[in-house]
Design a protein around this ligand. Structure first.
Ligand code: PEP
Ligand code: MG
Length: 590
């Protein structure tokens, strides 16, 4: 992205978490390294040169080592690829240029090195010569290695942030976002991702504005640039003018006042004008999210994503450790219920402790319940912890990614085993604990009448259900326009799950992001959804909508919506109805 560095610049992406943040950018490179732009003094130059040369030697040794190994294992011709890497690292022109620039600019060596590399890459990419163009990936690879050696191991880069920052990254993995709790972060902006990618979900639970799917944001920003993140509208402004900052500052305050006003609904019941009660629960990733759940007036937790427990650590969480966390959450939320979802590894959530082979289609691969059934040791430890914790509140167990009755039976059989051994050990637990299935695979939705015979409740996981039924990767920003919660196919599946659940006398909830999509609330309510579980920040507004309508109005809206032929028409219709019912529905709530 070429731009005048001083000029205000606007980029449009996908709104991922509402609100406005104004602050300095902290740019992470693709491997999540922060490239420090430190000003250095004259007497520090020698030290920076030494660090650079040490990093070059270390990198050269690494490349030689890899070259040797690959040559031995795969043949000399494969090893030769790394000769090109060695040429980059030994390029005296490049090294000279970095050192000259370091002396002239007096900035940290990492920053100068990266700057020179970027220039090389730009020059090479503009050349007609195919051979030279191919060298770009060598330069990139070597550059990354040198930076890694200069910066050191990736540590918890967020732990000692001195000032509030907006993180700008290619992507943020769930394990990165898991490190961000309670840190000085006020916003995210990422190149890739969509509304239901984990970066977006995490931003909402951290209650910070985020824009994802910006495609090129990391190329146009430097650490220290001033940024405005408008997470409500999916816009970011780089180096805003004082006038723009002033305007957004006013908007930011207005948004805060609006949120505060909504919180006044906190203690009011969630019921329609004619008294039909609905449960408004929250999704959490870590126990630290619970205060926000309570502050926003949620009555329960409809989805506790336990995989974050397993992240950023080398070992597996033991039974006692899990028991402590689950029982603490249960105690804080009781008498309301907490639905603990068993480990949902895979998809876009990988854990370093498990050797999961690289897959072509991880979302269709070895994930969630499939993994747990193959690793009963891991599964049983978690189930024991949940059962033991069930004495301390109102816990429910829920399995992710159930695709049919066989998996549900297998999971239930393991649960029964665990219960039997606890009984044998005279360890008490809630014998009536409810066990539910997430409905997030179309085959499960289509056989929900069968699943209903052997489950106590359903919770519809629309993030996955939509991606599987519409064949749209939920984290790919390029096809985000096809990811339509209002698509008639999705609504039909949801309707049949709710109907089948109700026929069997069970409650049906929804814990995917669609439950927090304000446009969809009236339709879902009208279809008979019993529980909405969403990020805490969406709860007050959903309550406001539900409290403004009668059940028969909502049913009529759902019935009409489901007859419309396209997602766009349904969305438009839903939005019109919402504005008829709540004329003051303003832009903050979009
Ligand atoms: C879902 O798929 O809708 C869901 C809630 O689970 P996750 O987003 O963790 O896959
Ligand atoms: Mg899911």
């Amino acid at each position: 992205m070429m731009r005048d560095k001083k000029k205000e610049f606007i980029l449009k992406g996908i709104p991922a978490s509402p609100g406005i943040a104004i602050g300095k950018a902290l740019l992470l490179d693709r491997e999540q390294y922060v490239i420090p732009k430190r000003i250095i003094k004259e007497d520090q130059i020698q030290n920076e040169v030494k660090r650079f040369k040490d990093a070059l030697i270390q990198t050269k040794n690494e490349i030689l080592e890899i070259k040797k190994r690959i040559s031995e294992e795969m043949g000399i011709e494969h090893g030769q690829i790394f000769s090109a890497h060695l040429l980059v690292i030994e390029d005296s022109m490049l090294i000279e240029e970095v050192i000259t620039k370091l002396k002239k600019d007096k900035l940290s060596i990492e920053y100068v090195f990266q700057d020179v590399l970027k220039r090389y890459i730009k020059v090479f990419s503009e050349m007609d010569d195919e051979y030279l163009k191919e060298r770009i990936s060598d330069i990139n690879d070597v550059g990354k290695r040198v930076l890694r050696n200069l910066i050191g191991a990736k540590e918890d880069i967020f732990s000692d942030l001195k000032e509030k920052v907006v993180v700008v990254a290619y992507d943020l993995s769930p394990s990165d976002t898991a490190m961000m709790h309670k840190k000085n972060l006020i916003g995210f902006a990422t190149d890739i991702g969509s509304k239901t990618s984990h970066t977006a979900i995490m931003a909402k639970s951290l209650e910070i504005p985020a824009v994802v799917g910006l495609e090129i944001v990391t190329r146009g920003i430097e650490s220290g640039d001033t940024l405005i993140i408008d997470g409500t509208h999916g816009v970011i402004i780089i180096n805003p003018s004082p006038k723009t900052i002033k305007k957004y500052e006013i908007d930011r305050q207005r948004f805060a006042t609006f949120e505060k006003h909504l919180l006044e609904l906190k203690d009011l019941p969630c019921e329609t004008l004619d008294g039909r009660k609905t449960i408004l629960a929250a999704n959490i990733e870590v126990p630290e999210d619970v205060p926000s759940v309570i502050a926003h007036g949620a009555t329960g937790i409809g989805l506790y994503r336990t995989e974050y427990f397993y992240m950023n650590r080398k070992d597996l969480p033991g039974e006692d450790e899990q028991f402590k966390a689950y029982s603490a959450v249960a105690k804080k939320v009781r008498p309301h219920s907490v639905v603990i979802r068993t480990l949902d590894l895979g998809g876009d959530k990988f854990l370093s402790q498990f050797e999961v082979p690289h897959e072509m289609n991880p979302f269709l691969g070895w994930r969630a319940i499939r993994f747990c059934l193959a690793r009963p040791d891991v599964f049983k430890t978690q189930l024991r912890a949940i059962l033991r914790a069930s004495l301390y509140g109102n816990l429910k167990v829920m399995y992710p990614m159930i695709s049919g009755i066989e998996e549900l039976r297998q999971a239930n059989a393991i649960l029964e085993d665990v219960k039997a051994s606890l009984r044998k050990e005279s360890v008490a637990f809630d014998e009536d604990i409810e066990v539910g299935a997430m409905i997030e695979v179309p085959s499960a939705a289509l056989t929900s009448d069968i699943l209903a015979r052997e489950a106590d409740f359903f919770s519809i996981g629309t993030n996955d259900l939509i991606q599987y039924s519409l064949a749209v990767d939920r984290v790919n920003e390029k096809i985000a326009y096809l990811y339509e919660p209002a698509h008639p196919a999705v609504l039909r599946l949801i309707k049949s799950v709710i109907d089948n659940g109700h026929k069997a006398g069970m409650w049906v909830g929804m814990c995917g992001e669609m439950a927090g999509d304000l446009n969809m609330v009236l339709i879902l309510l009208g279809l008979g959804l019993d529980e909405f579980s969403t990020s805490p920040i969406a709860i007050p507004e959903i309550k406001r909508i539900i409290r403004s309508v009668t059940m028969s109005q909502a049913e009529a809206i759902a019935q009409e919506a489901i007859t419309l032929p396209t997602g766009k028409e349904i969305d438009k219709f839903a939005s019109q109805k919402l504005r008829e019912i709540l004329p003051e529905f303003d832009e903050h709530s979009e």
